[in-house]
Design a protein around this ligand. Structure first.
Ligand SMILES: NC(=O)C1=CN([C@@H]2O[C@H](COP(=O)(O)OP(=O)(O)OC[C@H]3O[C@@H](n4cnc5c(N)ncnc54)[C@H](OP(=O)(O)O)[C@@H]3O)[C@@H](O)[C@H]2O)C=CC1
Ligand SMILES: CCCCCCCCCCCCCCCC(=O)[C@@H](N)CO
Length: 323
């Protein structure tokens, strides 16, 4: 019965699992939330607001930062009414380094920094003005640098305070470029390079970086964006339905607490994350196993998506010859 081929086929995955168990880095860890200071940018609306609400409900001390003081007050009252917990608000623009430095100084040492602010306007690059392109890169990418530069020194100084986290809100279009998102996508892909490099720099400070990749999510920001979108952006993205901000917030917070580097938010997002994993760190040997085993087949699925998208583009241009 000891068929050598059978034993080999059984031993191969076991040997792979064992190998991955020993080599995955950084090592798995957890980031507690309860009684800790969670600072969320863009925390007055949409995903950021849902995150603030959830973190407060889980016993964190929460600070939120955004530009509009009125929206911050509204968010503060909403969280107070529904949880009885008071969050601290900071009115500042992430593009203004002096302003965010001051806010971070007043807020006190941060345990979990969630950089979630973001702006998005979908448009063909040829039609999008440089002002709009710069706006997205400045808020989404440069704003994230400003926040990290302002908060990191004090985060590193927190002695004996346990593991910290820096989480960045990317997007599925920070994993794959999609028609209409040249500028936005570039700003979100930029976060990935930032995150991969930063994780190597702060691992010895017990700070753990998470990159969150939500699909389209029902938020005030999305409602505004969908009013003005290229038709092809709609056609290409219509197959994936929008998640609720609360669902994304739960996935994001779970990802942060488990110190996951890549944090997908739904099943399609999981496939996309495996397809685009590249050289990102992976703490879970089980997920590493899935990545290795699924790589080939998921590439075929990805090529199927591209086939579908390019077919739609050519078909649309065929029907709209004048444009
Ligand atoms: N909704 C979606 O479909 C998806 C969103 N995302 C990302 O998730 C994040 C949140 O998006 P969402 O909840 O939809 O956005 P919303 O537009 O609903 O909220 C954006 C938040 O960011 C704040 N903000 C915007 N610009 C600045 C700035 N310059 N300085 C400080 N705060 C700022 C806003 O407040 P104020 O205007 O007062 O400054 C608000 O609190 C973004 O990074 C977005 O790119 C990713 C994938 C999908
Ligand atoms: C194996 C391969 C699986 C591939 C699945 C690909 C699905 C891609 C759909 C992309 C949808 C874009 C949502 C984010 C938009 C966003 O960030 C908002 N801010 C703007 O709407």
């Amino acid at each position: 019965m000891a068929d050598p081929i059978f034993s080999f086929l059984l031993l191969l995955p076991l040997a792979l699992l064992l190998l991955l168990y020993f080599i995955v880095r950084p090592r798995p860890t957890t980031v507690p939330i309860k009684n800790r200071h969670v600072f969320i940018t863009g925390g007055s609306s949409g995903i950021g607001l849902a995150l603030a609400h959830r973190a407060a409900s889980e016993g964190a001390k929460v600070s939120i930062l955004a530009r509009s003081f009125d929206k911050l007050e509204e968010a503060k009252n909403y969280i107070l009414l529904s949880t009885g917990i008071d969050v601290t608000v900071f009115a500042a623009d992430v593009r203004d380094y002096e302003a965010v430095s001051k806010a971070v100084e007043v807020a006190g040492p941060i345990d979990v920094l969630v950089i979630n602010q973001g702006v998005f306007v979908a448009q063909e690059l040829e039609k999008q003005g440089l002002d709009e392109i710069k706006f997205m890169v400045d808020v989404n990418l440069m704003g994230s640098f400003n926040m990290i530069k302002a908060a990191l020194p004090r985060m590193k100084d927190r002695k004996d305070h346990g593991p910290g986290s820096i989480a960045l809100m990317s997007s599925q279009v920070g994993q794959v470029g999609i028609y209409g998102y040249a500028a936005y996508s570039a700003s979100k892909f930029g976060l990935r390079g930032l995150a991969e490099a930063l994780q190597q720099e702060v691992i010895v400070d017990d700070i753990h970086v998470s990159l969150i990749f939500p699909p389209a999510t029902d938020t005030p920001g999305l409602t505004k964006e969908t009013k003005k979108r290229p038709q092809l952006t709609n056609i290409i993205t219509e197959s994936s339905s929008a998640m609720k901000a609360e669902e994304v917030a739960k996935k994001a917070l779970d990802g942060i607490k488990s110190a996951s580097f890549i944090v997908p938010c739904n099943f399609e997002g999981l496939l996309l994350s495996i397809a685009t994993v590249g050289l990102s760190p992976q703490r879970s040997f089980m997920m590493a196993f899935v990545e290795v085993v699924a790589a080939g087949i998921i590439r075929i699925v990805a090529l199927g998506f591209q086939w579908n998208w390019y077919t739609s583009i050519h078909k649309w241009h065929g029907q709209n010859k004048s444009s």
